[in-house]
Design a protein around this ligand. Structure first.
Ligand SMILES: *Cc1c(COP(=O)(O)O)cnc(C)c1O
Length: 492
């Protein structure tokens, strides 16, 4: 299986796509084709463990990797989860929550980032590259922590994370800034997540930086969802949750279902679409935004337009304007036209928007529905579900639940079942979630944890409660134009 750049020209192996992270022409790597799974193939997954299911999907896309090695890497990664890595919770008739946040850093990023050390190390071996790795990631709070934790103290690797100074929860900030390990660095940036992500992409095009790394015997890569190695494992939980519903008798053979996903950089929802392209019976991917709803407008009108106000919300991991992975989607909608995708991405940089043609829009509408929730609606839905069924969800998942509810309110006769994807542990946002379920406002994160526990009896993950006693190791905040300097300094 080869990988193509969404902006044309390039064609590389799986190992190359993963090690490079971003294509030379600035495009994103996508699989050359989507392997097809028959109903029997899907059903056969029912007797497999979650790690076996992921390994099976990965082996289809990464035929240059050793299948046994993939299997071992998956075993190792998912053994770090508490209990079932991807449990389903029934909320109502035909409404389920898929929890993806029971990994070591308590967000759904663990489902894919934890595999990146193996995918990168093996990739380097296959390519005969002896260089060290410099991993640069932008984060809205969750990817960064997962990356730092996955690569800490690894030989021949340095990992640096940029986060928006004002754009993560207090708990997320603590998680990042108390990070242990002698090969890690964390930097707060006076800007938005979009600024952080743009810096990462710029460093890939920075000849001076690449030269500097070369002299030190290192190469640059990223474990943001820019890297196709992040998308592939995410496809697996769509298959896995479908199989679990099937085994549990909640759906019938071949039954078509929907998913609702809290969207930021659009990697999660894209992976669901990829699963659909591989034959999983999915009707709609419902894509949830918060008040930063460029994606909603895109799904509704076919126009992607970032010329709008930016809001700081209680679901900061969704406070994104330039959703990177929409490029991969647009590439599919255009009939895999690299030239057209390139010109659209250039347009986006210059004019702040681009528009799909009507046939592309029609294609989009076949698989995607957009929706968004304002701040009051998030509070209401989290509160309602807590009162009605005693389930506590975080504010991001709240957006996805809200748009699912809106859909069934508008389409009363629709009996299609839906899985709402839960992306983070509520205790990562203890004050916000506490406010949703009790109306209680507290400033201190750990007070929030205590009260949230008192109100919900939900177990707080040790990885978060232990932060209370950890020293802060990183407390630097720099202006956007000073970030490159800091990155250069960390190469030393
Ligand atoms: C990363 C993240 C998202 C957005 O996921 P994408 O794949 O980037 O769309 C949503 N919610 C939470 C909690 C996240 O950490």
């Amino acid at each position: 299986m080869f990988y193509l750049s969404t902006r044309g020209d390039e064609k590389v192996t799986g190992a190359e796509a993963i090690v490079k992270g971003l294509a030379d022409n600035g495009g994103l790597y996508v699989p050359e084709s989507f392997p097809q799974l028959s109903y029997e193939d899907i059903e056969a997954m029912s007797t497999m463990s979650y790690s076996e299911r992921v390994a099976k999907i990965l082996a289809l896309f990464l035929d240059d990797y050793d299948e046994k090695g993939l299997q071992e890497a998956c075993e190792k990664a998912y053994s770090k989860f508490v209990g079932d890595p991807t449990p389903l919770v029934r909320i109502d008739d035909g409404v389920y929550i898929l929890e993806l946040f029971n990994g070591p850093t308590c967000s759904y990023k663990d489902t894919s980032v934890l595999l990146m050390p193996y995918l990168l190390e093996e990739g380097l071996k296959k390519l005969g590259i002896k260089d060290k790795l410099f991993i640069l990631t932008a984060t809205t709070g969750d990817t960064g922590k997962s990356a730092l934790e996955s690569f800490k103290n690894m030989d021949g690797v340095k990992v640096m994370t940029l986060f928006p100074d004002d754009g993560v929860s207090k708990m997320q900030r603590l998680q990042l800034c108390a990070q242990e390990g002698d090969n890690v660095n964390v930097l707060a940036v006076k800007g938005s997540y979009d600024d952080c992500q743009a810096i990462v992409k710029d460093m890939f095009n920075n000849a001076e930086f690449k030269n500097e790394l070369k002299q030190k015997g290192a190469i640059l890569t990223t474990v943001n969802s820019i890297n196709v190695g992040r998308i592939l494992p995410q496809i697996a939980y769509y298959f896995s949750s479908y199989v679990d519903l099937l085994s549990g008798g909640q759906i019938e053979k071949g039954e078509v279902i929907d998913y609702s996903v809290p969207c930021g950089n659009f990697s999660n929802a894209l992976a669901g679409y990829y699963a659909k392209l591989m034959g999983l019976p999915i009707r709609f991917m419902h894509c949830a935004s918060n008040m930063n709803n460029a994606l909603y407008e895109f799904m509704s009108t076919g126009v992607y337009n970032v010329g709008r106000g930016f809001y700081k919300t209680t679901s900061p991991s969704m406070d994104i304007m330039f959703s990177t992975n929409v490029e991969r989607l647009v590439f599919e909608m255009s009939g895999r036209n690299g030239e057209l995708t390139l010109s659209r991405m250039e347009n986006l940089q210059v004019t702040g928007k681009y528009a799909l043609a009507s046939d592309e829009k029609a294609e989009l509408t076949k698989s995607f529905v957009g929706g968004w929730a304002n701040e009051d609606e998030v509070v209401e839905v989290v509160y309602d579900i807590f009162c009605e069924v005693g389930y506590t969800m975080d504010t991001h998942t709240g957006c996805a639940m809200k748009i699912a509810q809106d859909w069934y309110e508008k389409n009363k006769k629709d009996e299609t079942k839906i899985v709402v994807v839960a992306t983070t542990n509520p205790y990562k946002f203890p004050q916000d979630v506490l406010y949703c379920v009790t109306g209680n406002d507290v400033k201190d994160s750990f007070k929030g944890v205590k009260r949230l526990h008192a109100a919900t009896a939900m177990t707080a993950p040790k990885a978060l409660t232990a932060l209370r006693d950890k020293p802060i190791r990183f407390n630097k905040t720099v202006a956007i134009n000073k970030v490159a300097e800091e990155i250069f300094a960390f190469v030393e």
